[in-house]
Write a protein that binds this ligand. Sequence first.
Ligand SMILES: [Zn+2]
Length: 375
Amino acid sequence: MKKKNKEIVLRTIITNAPISRADIAQHSGLNKATVSSLVNELIEEEFIYESGPGESSGGRRPVMLLFNKKAGYSIGLDIGVNYILGIVTDLEGNVVYEKHKSIHNLSFDEIIHLTIETIKNLIEHTPQSRYGVIGIGIGVPGIVDKSGKVLLAPNLKWKNVDLLDIIYHEFDYPIIVENEANAGAYGEIRFGAGVNFHNVIYISAGIGIGVGIILKGELYKGMNGYSGESGHMTIVVDGEKCRCGNSGCWEAYASEHALLHQAKHILPDATLEELIKMAEENKNVKDIFQQIGSYLGIGISNLIKTFNPQQIIIGNRLAKAKHLIEQPTIKSINEHTLDFHQKDLQINFSKLSIYSAALGVSAFAIENFLSIGKG
Ligand SMILES: [Zn+2]
């Protein structure tokens, strides 16, 4: 009970700071003596600190309390198919250090090695603080079970990889492994385009396509955590072969992989960034982006009709091509959904760009750390 109350006090401060002890009591419904003693403990533990006096309606000005975002630091890692992005954030999700690595045709062992090296580098660059590294969150483009095992990541060619265990073997910190689209969705509603939205579908359009579903402000993960595998919904019967083994999947038509595949005859081994540049003067390349946008809109239309969301957020690498794909995507959505569904619907591109998933997993690690009410 005491732990629970302590967490309530801490959360009240995080959400409302700067705030006085009296206002915490009012917000939380706890009595003043309880608040006062829990506040003293939290100050002792350096989770919060006192600032100068705040505004008062008369009489003695109360001392205000603030959250100490530098009490510890979180590590967020996004393992993509062609990149690894690592960040260190403070407890409010501000990035204080980052490391980018492009990867190309690496073996499983090489990717794991690079992941471990990246984490070591991030730990080395974490500022000194009371609690140091409070946890590591890792996002992966695949189906992840509750124990942090990656059951299937077709674009990485991973099957039954106990990633949490492998990383925990190297680093003695709390570790969370999560699907990158779920992480990206959470990152966007906490820090990005989805702040103030409650029913959000986040489309992670990279080499594959993953979907993160936010319902009533919370991440919907499905019974075992496998929801949002919409990149493999069939949009063309007997269509293009997909890396999951089926054919006609959405991501075989609307992902970065589909784009690179279609551009192969124009410029073999081109990167997304090179194609974006080429599209400025090459009509064929521009057309490929338009087609990707149209197909992106088809899949999104299906999701809109299923969920009737408030907001769609298009994120991950393809969001870099916003200026090329936005119009065809919206046109395709308008053509394939009913007016009822389009009403009040916002279609936005990610605000956090390539950071959505890394920030999301970092935030999961922070949430875990701050859940002092559990246990
Ligand atoms: Zn597929």
